[in-house]
Ligand binder design. Structure first.
Ligand SMILES: Nc1ncnc2c1ncn2[C@@H]1O[C@H](COP(=O)(O)OP(=O)(O)OP(=O)(O)O)[C@@H](O)[C@H]1O
Length: 233
């Protein structure tokens, strides 16, 4: 699903955010991406989401070499990627319905055509019946769920989350992670950048670790990918 081959990213100005990164995340896998602040996590996600281009190397998504994707093709590829941000990036002057429907409006759906899909997405994140509210009327955890509903409304096979629990307390964070787990269980690929190492340990999924732009652990050799049995947890 996601393959990086010798990927480096140097920003204008000369800062090298990623240095020869190699990894593969298979279709349907859930993996975490961890590392210190500035390690390159957001940069890596932005390369996957075609928000940045690599300076060197190849990024492949679903077999598509992103170096060969023209600007015109970018929106089509992005449809297959749901993106979730720490600050959820909701439109505060729009209802929950309109926020979640946004990707569908962009694809040309009318409000009535979008209705079923929006309701299904809100049901999945536990916010059924909240369509008419405005984000300001919701708690932080609920606002993040609206952001997740917006990311899944057009059923993308790949979800990318950048610090999705950064503003939430531990119990809300666990609820949000459980939601990602439920998408993974129905076959969606999920890559989550996070600082929350306690939560990562608890979730028992693969952990890709960046340090100063280099991938120092891809979560495979260490055995972290293998589920632990109850006794050893
Ligand atoms: N557009 C940009 N132009 C120049 N430098 C950038 C740009 N975006 C990021 N950087 C630099 O690249 C490095 C990696 O940033 P990145 O946001 O990928 O790290 P991160 O691991 O996500 O950090 P954090 O956990 O703090 O969000 C940082 O030193 C940052 O300042």
């Amino acid at each position: 699903m996601i393959r990086f081959e010798q990927v480096s990213k140097t920003y204008p100005g000369g800062f090298q955010a990623l240095n020869r990164v190699n990894f593969h995340v298979a279709a349907g896998e859930l993996a975490f991406l961890t590392g210190h602040s500035g390690a390159g996590k957001s940069t890596l996600l932005r390369l996957v989401a075609l928000m940045e281009r690599p300076t060197l190397g190849r990024v492949l998504i679903n077999g598509h070499d992103l170096n060969k994707i023209s600007r015109r093709q970018v929106p089509y590829l992005r449809r297959d990627i749901g993106m979730i941000f720490q600050d959820h990036r909701l439109l505060m002057d729009k209802t929950v319905f309109d926020n979640v429907a946004l990707p569908l409006y962009i694809e040309g759906y009318t409000q009535s055509e979008a209705r079923k899909r929006v309701q299904a997405a809100l049901d999945k994140v536990g916010l059924g019946g909240q369509e008419r509210k405005y984000p300001i009327m919701l708690s932080g955890g609920e606002q993040q769920r609206v952001g997740i509903a917006r990311a899944i409304v057009n059923k993308p096979p790949l979800l990318l989350a950048d610090e999705p629990t950064g503003n939430l307390d531990p119990s809300l964070s666990l609820e949000i992670m459980n939601l990602f787990e439920s998408f993974h269980q129905v076959g969606v690929s999920v890559l989550i950048a996070t600082h929350d190492l306690a939560l990562v340990a608890r979730m028992r999924h693969r952990n890709l670790v960046l340090r100063n732009g280099a991938m120092i652990d891809d979560g495979l050799a260490s055995g972290a990918y293998e589920p632990l049995d109850e006794e050893s947890f």
